[in-house]
Design a protein around this ligand. Structure first.
Ligand code: LLP
Length: 384
């Protein structure tokens, strides 16, 4: 309500400590998702005045409870595989629009998507050139590569010749001719440059570049300016300024009022809503400086630190508020040296069976988990 001081987005788990400890006593490893945080983030996206349709990029987290909440908040859904389309169709009402935005998908994937209500985005010449029969009489969206990528790590940049995504600008005319031959209508343009972007100006640039291209093409009614909205992850990073983003988008909208605007964020909606709960298994010292703190799960549940050197806050929930006296390498039980959840983390001195929380696990956590070493998957619970 008014007058309340807003907590930082990741602070919910401070207040929910006892509930989380109880959940961890029942079972670890375990993801917990705080639905009020999902709703709060959803409303920030829905408040963008220039946006006509917001899709949730479900690859970030496909838990049905999260899909349901986002449907209630008025979101549409962006899917990249038949499996994601199935998961969404099972969880959300028929009225929620779907977008299918695959990359190097097989013909059979498009066939499956065309049986649903999804709008299809095509990001290469191949489908329209070789499978044109599928798209006859259809409205399609063209994903273009604007020639540059952005993001929190090289591996999540999705533009430029170093990336496999999108149709390069110089091939757009060829795509349009092929679409015409196939009898498909290109009604939208799409660009997504990468993930974990904290600079609001970025989407204004993408939007105006797409709009200028769309004016030249003539049949376009929709511009999808992608996802990639970041959340601060390292200490000291500042959050994406949503009011600045609103202004940036409105400025372009005024210059090009003829186009509808779509977005498709994933991380922004769910990252801070999720935490991974684990328990301490063992401790080990090597030399006088290095102390390993072992947990009952690692890169098998959360691969982001191993894959992108991603930084996730780590807290000892059993000793919350105690002085952080000890420097740890926080590791999992997987047989790989890269199985690290956090290096050089100062924590209270920790003991077997303490409950450890790894923050910001709501996005690209459970969905990227593996059964490596035949470890059981972390389960997932909702905090309503
Ligand atoms: N749209 C497209 C076409 C995408 O490829 C993606 C993400 C999104 C939207 C949503 O991006 P977001 O808003 O979540 O940044 N596993 C990596 C992130 C990979 C993102 C892949 N594409 C990570 O854990 O950082």
């Amino acid at each position: 309500g008014s007058g309340e001081v807003a907590l930082p987005a990741n602070a919910w788990w401070h207040a929910e400590r006892s509930r989380l400890l109880q959940l961890a006593e029942e079972r670890t490893p375990r993801y917990a998702y705080h639905l009020p945080t999902v709703r709060a983030q959803a409303r920030k996206v829905k408040a963008l005045r220039a946006v006509d349709r917001a899709h949730y990029a479900v690859k970030a987290n496909t838990h049905p409870g999260i899909l349901k909440v986002l449907a209630e908040e008025g979101f549409a859904f962006e899917c990249v595989s038949p499996g994601e389309l199935e998961a969404v169709s099972a969880a959300v009402p028929e009225s929620a629009p779907l977008l299918f935005t695959p990359n190097f998908a097989a013909r059979r994937d498009f066939e499956a998507a065309l049986k649903t209500r999804a709008t299809i985005t095509i990001d290469a010449l191949h489908p329209i050139e070789h499978w044109g029969d599928l798209f006859r009489g259809r409205d399609i969206v063209l994903r273009v590569d604007l020639g540059r990528g952005l993001g929190h790590h090289q591996k999540v940049k999705t533009g430029g010749t170093g990336s496999k995504f999108g149709v390069p600008i110089e091939q757009v005319d060829r795509f349009l001719r092929l679409a015409d031959d196939a009898g498909a209508r290109v009604i939208g343009l799409h660009a997504h440059l990468g993930s974990g972007i904290l600079d609001a100006a970025h989407w204004g640039e993408v939007y105006s570049q797409l709009a200028a291209l769309a004016e030249r093409i003539g049949t376009i009614t929709v511009l999808n300016i992608g996802g990639g909205l970041g959340v601060p992850s390292h200490p000291g990073e500042t959050e994406l300024d949503m009011l600045a983003l609103d202004r940036v988008l409105m400025a372009v909208r005024q210059a090009y009022p003829q186009f509808q605007v779509w977005v498709e964020p994933g991380r922004f909606l769910v990252a801070d809503a999720g935490v991974l709960l684990a328990k301490v298994t063992q401790e080990k010292e090597k030399g006088s400086q290095v102390r390993y703190l072992g947990l009952d799960t690692g890169m098998n549940s959360l691969i982001r630190p191993a894959l992108y050197d991603a930084w996730h806050e780590i807290a000892n929930l059993s000793r919350f508020g105690e002085a952080a006296t000890t420097m740890y390498q926080v590791v999992g039980p997987i047989c790989e040296s890269g199985d690290i959840l956090g290096s050089d983390r100062r924590l209270p001195e920790s003991f077997e069976d303490d409950v450890i929380l790894i923050a910001q696990g709501g996005a690209y956590g459970a969905v990227m988990a593996s059964r490596y070493n035949l470890r059981d998957a972390a389960d997932e619970v909702l905090l309503p």
